[in-house]
Design a protein around this ligand. Structure first.
Ligand code: NDP
Ligand code: MG
Length: 376
């Protein structure tokens, strides 16, 4: 039985993680969790999971309400509250399903405690990939990704010899605006960009899918997780999100992870540390999957992916700026303060301006992040 700490329990990945914990009561027990603002969800989780001992909620007022209602539960809040939750909870495995940069420090703390980290929060790897890999090299902590493409790659890579691999193929749906004429993109509203064709997810990642910054982030994730250079990681546009990613071998064989788009499966894979059953397919060409449609990646339509690739080529501090500027721009777009195409413009400028630091410490990462968020 593993004791699980779940960060971001009120979100899309968080809720699906709760489903997995419920489905396997012999394997997992929820001992602590965090929410941001959603106090109703916090109460619901406390009522359903009787082993919960520690909870984090952002505001002090909400924390006081929970403390008053649940006398046997410790409630943390405020800036240092997430760290306290991690250090004062007795857990084996942490699922980090926070969204944005706020997910990095908890990921670092979990690895410093030599625990198992199931990481949905891709921003942690984008902004802190070098630091996270250093902690993994030096400590006993373990990392399992939750992002579906990276779970797919792990499954495919487990079925071959690394020296036979020619490239990693990351599939991309193209997001909500994939069929909109490029000349019309500037007029797209947040509501338009939030209508993802194949996945139901939190707002921030759904916008990242529309700009395909998400695919840029996933290239960076693949780089840090599997240690392949950028020229061996390629993007394949694929409409239905049935192929989650693939590995191409030197002899032309493709190893493919194919199945319905449902995040429960990658979450389950990560929580079972890759030891659960799964199936991959060996084919000669992707179009052997008759229900799948493919297109070429169009870099003009998706400047954010290109900016992310360039940041990866340059080094760590550029990726921190990339992530921070993107968070700011996406929030402003969601608040109707800037247009859709302004996201790429803002991020591109911030990345360009950022001074290069290749191996920043956590405090340097925080400083760079803070600066790159500034609007002017
Ligand atoms: P959601 O927006 O649905 O959930 C985010 C969670 O983080 C919520 O619990 C939210 O709390 C909490 N949160 C947000 N800001 C803060 C903060 N400042 N302090 C504390 N908690 C906070 O996001 P998703 O579940 O969609 O995504 C989570 C992560 O997983 C992201 O990094 C995303 O890129 C990645 N991912 C998501 C996928 C998906 O299918 N959704 C697929 C692959 C990766 P509250 O709502 O209570 O305020
Ligand atoms: Mg993904």
């Amino acid at each position: 039985m593993k004791k699980v700490l779940l960060l971001g329990a009120s979100g899309s990945i968080g809720s699906q993680t709760l489903d997995i914990i419920k489905k396997y009561p012999e394997e997992f027990e929820l001992v602590g969790f965090s929410v941001g603002k959603n106090i109703e969800k916090a109460k619901e989780i406390i009522s359903s999971f009787k082993e919960v001992k520690n909870v984090y909620i952002t505001s002090k007022t909400n924390a006081n309400e929970l403390k008053h209602q649940y006398k046997n539960i410790r409630v943390f809040s405020g800036k240092s509250g997430l760290n306290k939750l991690i250090h004062q909870t007795d857990f084996d495995q942490c699922v980090d399903a926070l969204v944005g940069f706020v997910g990095l420090e908890p990921a670092v703390e979990v690895l410093k405690k030599n625990k198992i980290l199931c990481l949905a929060n891709k921003e942690a790897l984008v902004a802190g990939g070098t630091l996270i890999n250093k902690l993994l090299d030096e400590g006993k902590g373990k990392l399992y990704p939750i992002d579906s493409e990276h779970v797919a790659l792990a499954k495919c890579l487990s079925k071959c010899d690394i020296k036979d691999v020619k490239s990693l193929i990351i599939t991309a749906s193209g997001g909500a605006l994939r069929n909109v004429e490029i000349s019309e993109l500037s007029k797209q509203t947040p509501e338009d960009a939030l209508r993802h064709p194949t996945w139901k997810m939190g707002a921030k990642i759904t916008i990242d899918c529309a700009t395909m910054m998400n695919k840029g982030f996933e290239i960076i994730e693949a780089y840090y997780l599997y240690h392949f250079p950028l020229n061996k990681i390629r993007v394949q546009m694929h409409d239905e999100s049935l192929i989650h990613s693939a590995v191409e071998l030197n002899d032309g064989t493709l190893i493919v992870d194919y199945g319905k788009p449902d995040m429960h499966e990658p979450i389950r894979w990560a929580m079972f540390e890759g030891k659960s059953d799964y199936k991959v397919y060996f084919v000669k060409a992707l179009d052997e999957f008759k229900d799948c449609h493919f297109h070429d990646y169009d870099y003009k339509r998706y400047p954010c992916t290109e900016i992310a690739k360039q940041a990866l080529l340059e080094g760590a501090s550029k990726m921190i700026a990339l992530n921070a500027a993107n968070e700011t721009a996406v929030n402003r777009f969601l608040n109707h303060e800037i247009g859709f195409l302004d996201i790429a413009k803002f991020v591109g400028k911030k990345v360009e301006k950022q001074k290069l630091i290749r191996q920043p410490s956590l405090s340097q990462i925080k400083r760079i992040d803070k600066n790159a968020r500034k609007v002017n």
